[in-house]
Design a protein around this ligand. Sequence first.
Ligand SMILES: [Fe+2]
Length: 390
Amino acid sequence: MISKMKKALAALCASLSMLAAHEVAQAQSEPYKVFDTKPVITEGPYLVAMSDTAVSVVWMTDAPSHAKVRLDDGSKVREIEPQVDGLVPVGLRHVVTITGLAPGTRYSYEAIATRVVKLKPYWPDKGLSISSPAASFTTFSARQPAASFSVITDTHEDTARIGRLLKLVDWSRTDALVHLGDAFNWLDSEEQLFGKWLRPTFAAMGPGKPLLYARGNHELRGAFARQLSGYVPTPEGTYYYSRAMGPVHLLVLDTAEDKPDDTNVYAQLNRTQPYREEELAWLRGQVSGDKHLANAPFRVVAMHQSDWGALPDKGAAWTALANQAGIDLIIAGHDHKFSYEAPNQQHSYHQLILGQDQLARVDATDRVLTVKVSTDKGAPVYTLTIPARR
Ligand SMILES: [Fe+2]
């Protein structure tokens, strides 16, 4: 009986090893199929939320693909290929977040997508690769001698407005574009996201300048609002972040909704209050622990609502923290018209609210920060000059 079982077991092992051998032979003689088909890059690549050491590269293809970025710093080429839970993402939208970059360094990059024809469990069918034209960017640096960025806000799906404003920007002298939110009335679809905002924006900016985006209240609304962060990702994974740009320490904040969570129109689907508490805790950590923030000649906050959004304390804790942190300038939108408030008894910072058809250019050295606001025709509106406090 025992010898019969042993024989049966031996036979089973033999057939299993034959099966394994057969599979190996098949793998060697018949590699996965590669069809003669390439994806087309339909949007981008574009750069989001660059810092001194990281940047997110985003692009779209017309067909499911996997993606990587080829990066060249002039002496060494490396490829950055994302994985999520151990799998290479396959889809139409491609996000490659590059970390570990050197500050103040110029890189050239290519966005590469390889077609996946059919995602079968074994031997998926593949296609060929397409590469974007090489483009280059320069990372920010805490030590750059000057910082320059342009700011627009509340473009509200008006693509002609975006075109008029961005035509005024001298991109060769601009580190980044800051958009202070409300690019939309509400968000319904990917096509709206590109058609009414990102496509005209990056048509003007090109693939080498980064967008720094501060979310507006209108971007919390609509069926596609929950997908927005996938298209304007940040290396941090949050809509609020800080950037060391030489003489400027820039804090980009998310002021979220302009009405409380229990407002009936949101049907109990908003939880901005705990979210804002998390953001405030993060900001406290920045204020107490970030050396560049503490030592920079200028601390600038870029956000959508100048009153910090809908908060139970009406923003008192945020104003107190901004005063304590020595914030020099808050630049905001939301009102659709220009206003300026000098430092006063309530706040020790300059507060500039940019109008809807206006462009602000911010230039800073370690001695002076200048904000020049102009109309969409380039006519001057206001110039603010802030000397460094020390
Ligand atoms: Fe707004």
